[in-house]
Design a protein around this ligand. Sequence first.
Ligand SMILES: *Cc1c(COP(=O)(O)O)cnc(C)c1O
Length: 449
Amino acid sequence: MASSTGFSVPQERKLVTELPGPKSRELHERRRAAVSRGAGTLADIYMDHGSGAILVDVDGNQIIDLGCGIGVTTIGHAHPEVAAAAAAQASKLTHTLFTVTPYDNYVKVAEKLAEITPGDFEKHSILVNSGAEAVENAVKIARKYTGRRVIATLDHAFHGRTNLTMAMTYRPWPERAGMGPMPGDIFSVPISYPFRDPEGMTGEEAAERTIDYIVTHIGATELAALFVEPIQGDGGVVIPAPGYFKRLSEFCTENGIVFVADEIQAGIARTGAWYSIEHHGVVPDLVTSAKGIAGGFPLAAVTGRAEIMDAVQPGGIGGTFGGNPVSTAAALAVFDIIERDGLIAEAQRVERAFVERIGDWPSRFPIVGEVRGKGAMFGVELVLPGTKKPHPEALKAIIQHAASQGVIVLDSGSWDSVLRFLPSVVISEALIDDAATVIEQKLAELSAA
Ligand SMILES: *Cc1c(COP(=O)(O)O)cnc(C)c1O
């Protein structure tokens, strides 16, 4: 089970100081004097090293990481083979700029992306530095290809923090507020959100609601692209009902609209498939990848139908560091590790472990409205007892309690009320059990209150 490489840190939680410990607190003082407040942190625990699903802080505490730096270290922290591949590349060639003089790693990553992304047709890729940059490029490509301007996103979407992508991100606070003007021609349209939709609404019915909104607010022939997260991440691990994306993608095809799956968070083996859109049985025109693609090195991509990807004139997309030799070397190692160690199956194992361990939370704790997820991507929707009203205070209290006990968990949701787990797919059942026990202490206390 898990990685055949073993772990350099025992896979167990161990606290040797209070959290944050003295060295973390000292660093935090220095940070306050030097780092922008805008880069907020979830837990002020400063990390030193990590292995597998465990992070070790500067005070020597071993912490269970159910966040992976928002779903990045899917294969485990500081994987030795990724480190070796990056180090070897760093001492060979660190930069040429692919669009000045190219190199093989970039081509190899593009070949691999063509292989693992859904769809049996010719696919081309562009490599960039970050998720938001991938989304921006997908917008440019879709506009150039269609000759249209308008972009639609789904309610509760998260697509990034750059000027264009913050306008494609649903909630105003904290991602957008006060930082306008927003770029135009971007519309948010209703999603399928089974927990919050009318009882019994099917995926097809939710899709008709989305389509009606597009037709009446935008006009189908005005729309260049529809961006969807097949499983929303920051939006609260929202998984649209079966049939929803199938109907939407048909509508896009019928109307010449580019269907873009933003797989930056849910892609690259995290949900028990290479890409989470596979669970919906849909083949998108374009796919964005980032977060988990290079084991922690910055790399992102847009991959899709060759005729769409080639619509842009040479020089129209790209950037200095995009597809950097070291990041692409790391990505090639990640692809190898996922295949050799069967990490897609490991993500499915993590899903079974979560379902078994926390699946009964809604019946045990009145503040838990729903537990949902795929693979190593789970959300726990917190509500005021007896209602579906969001319970953001509970989320805050749970995250703080967990961090103080050495368990890192993430927030999410438009109302800040969905606890989010994005652990490494190599996490053991024992660590899931330990982390769940810590969270249950607070769930019980809050449910009793
Ligand atoms: C994180 C994320 C982005 C933005 O990626 P960055 O690398 O932070 O710019 C875009 N889309 C989704 C779905 C994400 O989860």
